[in-house]
Design a protein around this ligand. Structure first.
Ligand code: KIV
Length: 254
């Protein structure tokens, strides 16, 4: 990989070349720097920070100020990676709101924004892209709807859900989204979307056949040991390492 700045075009070209897109979340300066130094091309300030950093039960409590604060911290790392940020709950109810808030995140350092939904937010998506801000879609399980949906359920098993996913994905791609996150989409449907869409799919809990994969970094490295999604195989147990180091130091004082 060359050392030039990664753009939305670079991410699109990775799909064309069949190169897997590794994407991870970061919410602050040191993690963004570490992921960037490890060569991750797509770093995302997800509203998952509501749970794994701020201690809320779900993402619906995250505000625009929270997202701006963490996006600014991540952007100070000046990553070579493409750096995105989530539009939080209720920050994109109308096209005008969507543009105002996407501009706030861009001013904080986001090089793209992501929002949840398909045809239902297509006016907002078009308005954000017309304002010159790259947009990443998010389909399947939509965490900002977890309360009304009563949990995190796999999408695409039933034919109407399958049809809706195809139509929503097509609408996002036609509106100009540069990529789409597929969360908890049944693997055959995620594969079908990946094969039919001209833009990359980035899966999370959606099987191996997406163009890329994204994880909440805390799940991957074990810094939030109180909950790990069933589809994640942690590669480190940082919580245990932190406790051991802290206990060693405490014991060294006596
Ligand atoms: O909030 C988040 O971190 C996300 C990604 C994991 C897709 O939306």
């Amino acid at each position: 990989m060359s050392l030039t700045k990664i753009t939305v075009e670079t991410i699109g070209a990775m799909k064309t070349r069949g190169e897997k897109i590794a994407a991870l979340t970061a919410y602050d300066f040191p993690m963004t720097k570490l992921l960037d130094e490890a060569g991750i091309p797509f770093i995302h300030v997800g509203d998952s920070l509501g749970m794994v950093v701020l201690g809320y039960p779900d993402t619906t409590h995250v505000t625009m100020s929270d997202m701006e604060h963490h996006t600014r911290a991540a952007a100070r790392a000046k990553p070579r990676a493409l750096l995105g940020a989530d539009m939080p709950y209720r920050s994109y109810e109308t096209p005008a709101d969507a543009v105002t808030n996407a501009k706030r995140l861009a001013a904080a350092g986001a090089e793209f924004v992501k929002a949840e939904g398909g045809r239902g937010i297509i006016g907002q998506v078009r308005a954000i892209i017309a304002a010159g801000i790259p947009f990443c879609g998010h389909l399947g399980m939509l965490p900002q709807h977890v309360v009304e949906e009563g949990g995190y359920h796999v999408k695409g098993k039933k034919e109407p859900e399958h049809e809706a996913l195809l139509e929503d994905a097509k609408a996002l791609a036609e509106a100009g989204a540069f990529a789409i996150v597929l969360e908890l989409v049944t693997p055959p449907v995620a594969r079908e979307l990946t094969q039919t869409l001209p833009i990359p799919t980035i899966g999370i809990g959606s099987g191996p056949d997406c163009d890329g994969q994204i994880l909440v970094t805390s799940d991957l490295i074990g810094t939030f040991p109180w909950f790990t999604p069933r589809f994640v195989k942690p590669r480190a147990n940082c919580a245990a390492a932190i406790k051991t180091a802290v206990i060693d130091w405490k014991n060294s004082l006596v």
